[in-house]
Design a protein around this ligand. Structure first.
Ligand code: ATP
Ligand code: MG
Ligand code: FE
Length: 338
């Protein structure tokens, strides 16, 4: 089964053809980064306008690269939630329209489940496992029993992991988007240059929750207090110290979940899963089998959407055309917290 995936939840216009949920035949990602860089953040109005301009050529390119005519695909999957409303509506409406006009089945998929599926495009991973979803808008530690069965254990109670990278990079004018820039600068810095405070390890319902506001405040407003004066105040040192703390916050909760659940396979997904320090520290835990998507599939792409879409469509699960976009998604924060 060849599924056309469409992804427009944020600032990447993407289309891909994936066969049988595993083999990527084409994968086109048109990034809008240059259009948002001036504002050091995604401007929703610009994002949806660019998606409208680019969606047709991007889908055409994905089909051309797969040497397929539209009628030769077996189904269409598009991201329906969560994301920027205006952006989501472009890809979702395009997908539904194509489905109706071609008479092919359609499924709207969840962007975060798609991020989790990305690792499955390159490796055989069996359920159950622990999921570590770390992106620009979400930080989720979850138990995963199937392609659409997750139980959220912990989330961020404030900023998402990627958001913290982006905000610190923005404040220090390091570049946009911040995560990849900090990762690159950190290679030449020393993490001991600053000793940022770690949030306390909570008990009870917050056992697996992370918090980034303390680290963000320390790195932005209280840097003098935490800087080690024997290190020069360079961007590289700042990046290394911040990244070290940001990654260790995540790992403290993740390792707790590993111990408590006895699940020793961890599957990562989302833009922050590209982080080299996160990958290195997890690889050092030889008692944990860690599966990361290839770097090209960590950030937003449509191959993960097509792959996840196959899991539904091959089981005969389809969406109705009345399915609409949703900026947020229930169940991805504990206790309905937003
Ligand atoms: P969501 O998936 O929650 O809707 P999003 O789609 O905007 O949000 P992604 O595209 O998955 O998020 O990831 C983008 C985020 O990943 C940005 O915050 C970016 O800074 C971060 N990021 C990218 N590369 C790295 C890296 N090497 N290290 C840390 N963060 C990174
Ligand atoms: Mg993006
Ligand atoms: Fe994403």
């Amino acid at each position: 089964m060849k599924i056309l995936g469409i992804e427009t939840s944020c600032d990447e216009t993407a289309a891909s053809v994936v066969e049988d949920g595993r083999t990527i035949i084409s994968n086109v990602v048109a990034t809008q980064i240059p259009f948002h860089a001036e504002w050091m953040g995604v401007v929703p109005e610009i994002a949806s306008r660019k998606h409208t301009e680019w969606i047709l050529p991007v889908v055409r390119e994905a089909l051309d690269k797969a040497s397929l005519k539209p009628g030769e695909i077996d189904g269409i999957a598009a991201t329906g939630r969560p994301g920027l409303m205006g952006s989501l509506l472009v890809g979702l409406t395009f997908g539904k329209t194509l489905s109706w006009s071609l008479g092919k089945p359609f499924i709207a998929v969840n962007h975060m489940l798609a991020h989790l599926y990305a690792a499955h495009l390159a490796a055989d991973v069996s359920y159950p496992y622990l999921g570590l979803l770390v992106s620009g808008g979400h930080t989720i530690i979850c138990k995963v029993a199937g392609y659409d069965q997750i139980e959220v254990l912990g989330t961020s109670i404030d900023d998402a992991a990627g958001e913290a990278f982006d905000k610190v990079a923005k404040f220090y004018n390091l570049g946009y988007p911040g995560g990849a820039v900090i990762d690159r600068l950190a290679e030449k810095g020393d993490p001991r240059a600053a000793a940022f405070p770690m949030p306390s390890l909570h008990k009870g319902e917050h056992r697996y929750d992370v918090s980034y506001s303390g680290l963000k405040t320390a790195a932005i407003n209280q840097i003098d207090q935490f800087w080690n004066p024997s290190y020069p105040r360079t961007d590289e040192n700042l990046a290394a110290a911040f990244q070290e703390a940001a990654v260790k916050i995540l790992l403290s909760r993740l390792f707790r979940a590993v111990e408590d659940t006895g699940l020793t396979t961890v599957v990562a997904g989302g833009g922050v899963a590209a982080n080299s320090r996160l990958r290195k520290l997890l690889a050092e835990r030889t008692d944990i089998e860690c599966v990361f998507p290839p770097l090209s599939l960590c950030g937003d792409n449509a191959a993960m959407v097509a792959g996840l879409g196959y899991q539904y469509l091959s089981r005969g699960i389809v969406s109705s055309f009345s399915e609409t976009a949703s900026a947020r998604v229930e169940g991805f924060r504990k206790n309905g917290r937003r």
